[in-house]
Design a protein around this ligand. Structure first.
Ligand code: ADP
Ligand code: MG
Length: 233
């Protein structure tokens, strides 16, 4: 069963009396352990599609299924709960809280959801250590490089053990080498069974992704399996 499925999803925005149709009937699925790269011109609807998959926003028409369950009929509260249990997010601008340390930033999502305080902290430290930040636990975001901040953000996205990770241009603010390191991390996470959908402009995406989905003007124009190169060597 697909982790997430979009069925004929339409998204419209009303702006100053005009209707803007941003997604025009999108069908999409992602399975466990699959890494999907989403590409397309600026303004084509990539972030909007990610927001639909991530249950951050509701479609105007169509259906979103999370592990086969229709989540478009859930209340806001139920949808938030479903999201917190299943989906992690990573953004271009990291979105770390400036006044919190690396550990506190990663621990934060556990304070709303399930895990008790102590367990959340332990998990945060474990993830940060895994990501090579064991000596940066008490640093504030401004005391970290861009690549380090994004690793903190990835750790935060994983702390509630999501099945799907959504990354909106995760390497957009990083140099090429650091961007590659981040994509390598995401590939590892994916290989552990998490489904990943990443909006990226990286032309080397075939080295990381299993599939490339191209969006043009709110419509999927190409959804292709990639022959993945092995860059681990
Ligand atoms: P992409 O991520 O591919 O650059 P987006 O999904 O962010 O594109 O946006 C697609 C289109 O939808 C753009 O024209 C954008 O201006 C419009 N749009 C996005 N969010 C909103 C919103 N909340 N209200 C009105 N228009 C929006
Ligand atoms: Mg975008």
């Amino acid at each position: 069963m697909a982790l997430v499925e979009l069925r004929d999803v339409v998204k419209r925005y009303e702006l100053g009396g005009e209707t803007l149709t941003v997604l025009k009937g999108v069908d999409f699925t992602i399975e466990a352990g699959e890494f999907v790269a989403v590409m397309g011109p600026s303004g084509s609807g990539k972030s909007t599609m990610l927001n639909m998959i991530g249950l951050l926003d509701e479609p105007s028409e169509g259906t979103v299924l999370l592990r086969g369950e229709d989540v478009t009929t859930l209340s806001d509260r139920e949808r938030t709960k479903a999201r917190q249990g299943a989906i992690g997010f990573i953004f271009q601008d990291f979105y770390l809280i400036p006044s919190l340390t690396a550990t506190e930033n990663v621990e934060l999502p556990t304070l709303f959801g399930g895990a008790g305080n102590k367990k959340g902290r332990e998990k945060a430290i474990e993830l940060l250590t895994d990501f090579g930040l064991g000596d940066r636990l008490d640093h504030l975001p401004k005391e970290l490089s861009g690549g380090q901040q994004q690793r903190v953000a990835i750790a935060r996205s994983l702390v509630n053990e999501p099945q799907v990770l959504l990354a909106d241009e995760p390497t957009g603010n990083l140099d090429q080498k650091t961007g590659k390191e981040i994509l390598d991390r995401l590939r590892e996470i994916c290989d552990s069974g998490v489904g990943i959908i990443a909006v990226t402009h990286d032309p080397n995406v075939a080295a990381y992704a299993d599939r490339r989905v191209n969006i043009v003007d709110g419509v999927i124009d190409g959804d292709d399996a990639l022959a993945r190169e092995d860059h681990d060597a």
